[in-house]
Design a protein. Structure first.
Length: 159
């Protein structure tokens, strides 16, 4: 069975110019875990997920926080790992921050012709539950662990 046989073809996407507020509304309305970021021509340039929203709460920025991860906790200021509940952020951030500021530009994709076995292995290895499906660099769908489970159930006659 191939990814193209079981993927979701109707994918909600956003442009990199969308605001944080618009992105949050999409997450809330559609309850997706991963939202592809695309250009006007359909080329995928990034993804956003719940974890990317945590970047808003990183006081030193995501790049600096990523660099400091290997440093032993005892050597760091406690503010670096500030709890999001205690964070102070401006209400203006919802309209000032853009998806382009938050999106992940390093992400994994699969092709329509890839097998679901290979795709499931990739999901397991990367510890992710959804993958954008591309044809070249154009987004054509998204496949989730749930899609794969349902395909296996159908194939085995369970449903």
């Amino acid at each position: 069975m191939r990814v193209g046989d079981v993927m979701q073809k109707d994918v909600i996407t956003v442009k990199r110019s969308a605001t944080l507020k618009a992105l949050i509304e999409i997450f809330r309305k559609y309850n997706f875990h991963t939202i592809p970021i695309v250009e006007e021509d359909g080329r995928i340039v990034g993804i956003s997920n719940f974890e990317t929203l945590l970047k808003v709460f990183q006081p030193y920025g995501s790049e600096i926080s990523r660099l400091l991860r290997p440093v032993p906790k005892l050597l760091l200021d406690d503010d670096i790992e500030e709890d999001i509940v205690l964070s102070e952020i401006s209400s203006d951030i919802g309209r000032l921050l853009l998806v382009d500021d938050l999106m992940e530009t390093s992400f994994v994709t699969v092709e329509e012709s890839d097998s679901i076995l290979k795709t499931r292995s990739l999901m397991r290895m990367q510890k992710i539950k959804q993958l954008p499906v591309v044809r070249g660099d154009k987004l054509v769908g998204i496949i989730s662990l749930f899609d794969i489970i349902m395909a296996v159930f159908r194939d085995k006659g369970v449903i």
